[in-house]
Design a protein around this ligand. Structure first.
Ligand code: AGP
Length: 611
């Protein structure tokens, strides 16, 4: 996630901003910048690369003694990593500078209207529209940056944590929040704003976390708080006694849990701006309607967790678009001389965008004439650069080695692709696509509900923690979910686990079952639920300890499962999104009980750049 810092006081802020940005580096970024009020106007310095490089560049800008400024670290989502796209972004006259976290869904429409009114843009970002909106509003409200910001945001659809400064209002920073964190606080002789408590913690531990729709106006003497109608409000002050390590994790005990809890935002951000005028839109696919319509075979190539996202994609693409889809591990695909024609679509899935096997498979597929489409979490990564088109999963940097939020971003992105293919092929009507898209968006709130209570998950984890092995079983799309559930468990708790289509149990694996053997079942409501329950009864009759992920309200499952983890009822096609979350928490809970490091499991790397 991008990072925001800001300070206004009585002493120079340059070092405060740079040090604050350094505190945010752990979150991952590809560019950085600051805007500082100087006597002759705003000094804006931004560049691609690290904060250290920004610090060096600032040294060339002479004495920067300004006592009010803002800074930003950018993790690219719209627009590649570049100096031009680095924040802060400024108005045409350079007198207003903005830093922003989040996604402005309607930025293209706003940009077009602003350009029609003569505004000149210097970046590819969605953020820059804010600088020009505030510029226009400030002309209507001169000397009132707060109202200019507040009225500008009324045109914005999407998520923002934003801070703005203006050359005509010395010492003033205005910030606002909707769906992307902003915290503010008073230090000894200055006021501070940041996107993350970690960047304020040296100055103050008494902070106000803005709520959605709220704004704050910071001056060297104090901070005033306002609601979205401009009415002044009293803030809720929080005292933070975290140490730096805990603050980096946002108060969570480990990055894995923090990132699991970020998944509702990942769903929302990945879907943001995808329904334009009632039609599904994936412009970055790089394929015309005609090219899409000619596709008669899809290969999904990936490794590990990303391969499991591909298994889910197969189910959805064949279910909705009726296009034959094969899912292959990249390390096999690249050596088996696959059958590829110009009407073959190859989808390469990779959170890091650097996996050597996946990259090699992409190159092989392109040599054979396939259109290649990448799904990755890193803008400008090798997978993105070597594909004909790319969807970014908008999960922001994932620090824990074991994928959680980036996996969910992949599943949501692949669901979008399946819907687009079905829409293009005429297999789903526009109305059906809209309905499914809306339900896909509802999973964010359903995940929030799941995350509120992990009691049943933790109880099941205690029951399974000492096992030597476990089986994950499911049917239909549930079996695809099981593969990722099994990998998550074994890679962070070192407890061996395998996934099997439940119908396969009787063809061998059931020999493993004896008293207390854990069988973890994805047993949500589906067309094959009854068949799955029958398979579970076969296991239970041989002493298995059954843990079932089930649909709220299902009483039948209690007759066969000793532990039931309920999740909200969703359409079967969306259970990969909702059912994966308790399996992530289950694996994490067992790993902690077994004394494992959930963020840095032994032997694993975040990106596997070797064969
Ligand atoms: C992450 O949880 C997995 N352990 C790992 O299998 C990963 O999914 C795999 O290495 C592929 O990485 P990628 O998505 O960056 O290509």
């Amino acid at each position: 996630m991008c990072g925001i810092v800001g300070c206004t006081g009585s002493t120079p802020v340059k070092d405060v901003l740079v040090n604050g940005l350094k505190r945010l580096e752990y979150r991952g970024y590809d560019s950085a910048g600051v805007a500082i009020q100087e006597p002759d106007g705003l000094k804006v310095v931004h560049r691609v690369g690290k904060v250290a490089g920004l610090e060096s560049e600032l040294a060339y800008h002479g004495e920067l003694n300004g006592t009010c400024g803002i800074g930003h670290t950018r993790w690219a989502t719209h627009g590649r990593p570049s100096t031009a796209n680095a924040h802060p972004h400024t108005s045409c006259d350079g007198r207003i500078a903005v830093v922003h976290n989040g996604i402005i869904e309607n930025f293209a429409e706003l940009r077009e209207r602003l350009q029609e009114r003569g505004h000149r843009f210097s970046s590819e970002t969605d953020t820059e529209v804010l600088a020009h909106l505030v510029e226009e509003a400030y002309e209507q409200h001169p000397g009132d940056l707060l109202t200019a910001m507040r009225t500008s945001l009324q045109h914005v659809i999407g998520a923002y944590g934003v801070a703005v400064v203006c050359a005509d209002e010395p010492g003033v920073i205005v910030c606002a929040r909707k769906d992307s964190p902003i915290v503010v606080g008073r230090g000894a002789d200055a006021s501070y704003v940041a996107s993350d408590i970690i960047a304020l913690i040296d100055a103050t531990r008494d902070v106000v976390v803005l709520e959605d729709g709220q704004l704050a106006r910071l001056t060297p003497d104090g901070i005033a708080y306002f609601d979205e109608r401009g009415r002044q409000i009293e803030p809720c002050v929080t005292h933070v006694d975290w140490d730096v390590d805990l603050a980096e994790k946002g108060g969570y005990p480990d990055f894995m849990l923090k990132e699991i809890h970020e998944q509702p935002r990942v769903v929302r951000d990945t879907l943001a701006g995808r329904m334009v005028g009632g039609e599904l839109s994936i412009d970055e696919l790089g394929l015309s309607y005609e090219e899409l319509n000619l596709i008669d075979r899809v290969y999904v190539i990936a490794c590990g967790t990303s391969y499991h996202a591909g298994l889910i994609a197969k189910n959805l693409i064949e279910r909705w678009a009726r296009i034959p889809t094969e899912v292959e591990v990249a390390s096999e695909f690249r050596y088996r001389n696959p059958i590829i024609t110009p009407s073959t679509l190859v989808v390469a899935v990779s959170q890091s965008g650097e996996t050597a096997d996946t990259l090699a498979a992409i190159r092989d597929a392109r040599i054979k004439g396939a259109k290649v489409f990448g799904i990755t979490n890193v803008v400008g990564s090798p997978v993105a650069r070597e594909s004909d088109g790319v969807i970014y999963t908008k999960a922001n940097k994932e620090i824990a080695v074991a994928s959680t939020k980036s996996f969910l971003g992949q599943v949501v992105s692949l669901t979008l692709l399946a819907l687009l293919l079905a829409q293009t092929k005429g297999k789903l009507t526009t109305a059906q696509v809209r309905l499914l898209f809306r339900e896909l968006g509802d999973t964010a709130e359903q995940i929030e509900g799941i995350l509120q209570d992990a009691t049943a998950i933790d109880e099941a984890a205690v029951a399974c923690k000492d096992a030597a092995s476990a089986l994950f079983v499911g049917r239909g799309i549930g079996s695809a979910i099981c593969y990722e559930g099994a990998l998550k468990l074994k890679e962070i708790s070192y407890l061996h686990a395998e996934a099997y289509a439940a119908g396969e149990m009787k063809h061998g694996p059931i020999a493993l079952i004896d008293d207390g053997f854990p069988v973890i079942a994805v047993a949500t409501q589906s067309p094959v639920y009854d068949k799955l329950v029958s398979n579970l009864k076969e296991c239970e009759a041989r002493g298995a300890l059954i843990v079932a992920i089930a649909t709220e309200g299902d009483e039948e499952i209690k007759k066969v499962a000793q532990h039931v983890i309920y999740i909200p009822k969703v359409r079967d096609c969306f259970t990969p999104i909702t059912a994966s979350v308790p399996l992530q928490l289950f694996a994490r809970s067992i790993a902690l009980l077994r004394g494992c490091d959930v963020d840095q499991p032994r032997n694993l790397a975040k990106s596997v750049t070797v064969e």
